[in-house]
Write a protein that binds this ligand. Structure first.
Ligand code: ASP
Ligand code: MG
Length: 414
């Protein structure tokens, strides 16, 4: 009997009607003679609602208590779904993280899973039950409740699928798969039939929200086959996320992403001598700010400019730190641009095909879009442009690499 892990996101269990619909889908899979483990998110909006309650009581709720609070969202949806499945005549048992010993470290709000004890799940399955697990939560060796980070019910699902050696991990959400770009911005965006772990990792890291980043990392590490599907449709192929193969490599670009939440900082007139980059970026790294792109200009008269990007939420802190360092090292100027756009193209085909970056720059030039920064990796090219042009850049790049002529999947449009 195949063991399948199904994960249902917040909108999929967002109301009583949705829970009923999802329960029916689970019953169908169960009747198809599969062992089913279901992981649920909190009902849509619930986690935010809980955090807002705490905010009304304290400016800085203790992370331990925030986790006790936030973890309740998933407890509710797990219980409600189990209640419905039982009402439909299917033996079901729900579990919270501590009951399954989903052991984590004690980093509240962003805990990492260390181990999962599968014995109770396996016993419940053997007894003929559907198993429903509350996503997003864990427990420390001290017995304290933790949460795994926003969107991390995906992670619970993949971790369980890996631990149980499930045949498949199905991620049910409100879109019917992974798209070549955000369809709200690119009308020509379409569902991908398949995508490799590496590409999915880049796309998740670049802000494609359909899968949580760490869940993709884990799926890759343990080779868990994933499929992303809509729980709002009767049937649908969805998008398969898995190991790459030859056919995937032939596709030059699989997706285009846009991140409008980046800021750019520049230090001007920095002395060009050993150790200064370390001085500038050391304190930033120590404070946990992730620096994305860095450019250092060729020096003129022994001085150079250093430009880098950070997430916009980190801008204020980054400015403070950089100004502090600037004072210490003899006062280079500090400039910043609060909102810039990062547009990226992603595809494993880039490894073996030359000229992808050049084509990207040509397409942007033809639209008159100025490129402010460039960064590349083996399977990605990112550029920073003025945020005004972010959506335009995304659209023209999508047309150029993934438009009709370059159609590389089934030719389906969404
Ligand atoms: N309920 C949690 C959140 O909203 C986890 C999840 O939905 O995956 O972030
Ligand atoms: Mg999600």
């Amino acid at each position: 009997m195949a063991l399948i892990v199904q994960k249902y996101g917040g909108t999929s269990v967002g109301s009583i009607d949705r829970i009923k619909a999802v329960a029916e889908r689970i019953c169908r899979a169960r009747t198809g003679a599969h062992d089913i483990v279901v992981v649920v998110s909190a009902m849509a909006g619930e986690t935010n609602r809980l955090f807002k309650l705490a905010e009304q009581l304290s400016d800085s709720p203790h992370p331990r208590e925030s986790d006790v609070l936030a973890a309740t969202g998933e407890q509710v949806s797990a219980a409600l779904l189990a209640i419905r499945l039982q009402a439909l005549g299917f033996p079901t048992v729900s579990f919270l993280a501590h009951q399954l010993k989903i052991m984590t470290d004690s980093r509240h709000g962003a805990a990492r899973i260390k181990s999962i004890d599968c014995s109770r799940v396996l016993r419940a399955l053997e007894d003929g039950n559907i198993v429903v697990v509350a996503g997003y939560q864990g427990v420390t060796s001290q017995g304290d409740i933790t949460t795994l980070g926003r969107g991390a019910s995906d992670l619970t699902a993949v971790a369980l699928a890996a631990a149980l050696r499930a045949t498949l991990c199905e991620i049910y959400t409100d879109v019917d798969g992974v798209y070549t770009a955000d369809p709200n911005i690119c009308p020509g965006a379409r569902r991908l039939e398949r995508i490799s772990y590496d590409e999915m990792l880049e796309m998740a890291g670049l802000g494609a929200k359909v899968l949580q980043l760490r869940s993709v990392e884990l799926a890759r590490r343990f080779n868990v086959p994933l499929v992303v599907r809509s729980s709002f449709q009767e049937s649908g192929e969805g998008t398969w996320v898995g190991k790459e193969d030859q056919a995937m490599e032939d596709v030059l670009v699989s997706g285009v992403t846009l991140d409008q939440n980046q800021s750019k900082l520049t230090l001007t007139g920095v002395d060009d001598r050993p150790g200064l980059a370390a001085r500038i970026f050391g304190p930033i790294a120590e404070s946990g700010i992730v620096v994305d792109m860095i450019i250092q200009n060729a020096s003129a008269d022994g001085r150079t400019d250093v430009t880098f990007t950070v997430a916009r939420t980190d801008l204020r802190r980054a400015i403070e730190l950089v100004k502090m360092v600037a004072n210490e090292i003899g006062g280079p100027g500090v400039r910043y641009e609060e909102q810039v756009a990062k547009v990226s193209i992603v595809g494993i085909g880039m490894r073996t095909h030359a000229g992808v970056a050049a084509k990207m720059f040509r397409v942007l030039a033809d639209e008159g879009v100025n490129i402010e920064m460039i960064a590349t990796s083996e399977i990605k090219v990112s550029v920073v442009v003025n945020s005004k042009y972010g959506e335009l850049a995304m659209r023209v790049l999508h047309d150029a690499f993934l438009g009709k002529a370059a159609d590389t999947t089934s030719g389906e449009t969404a």
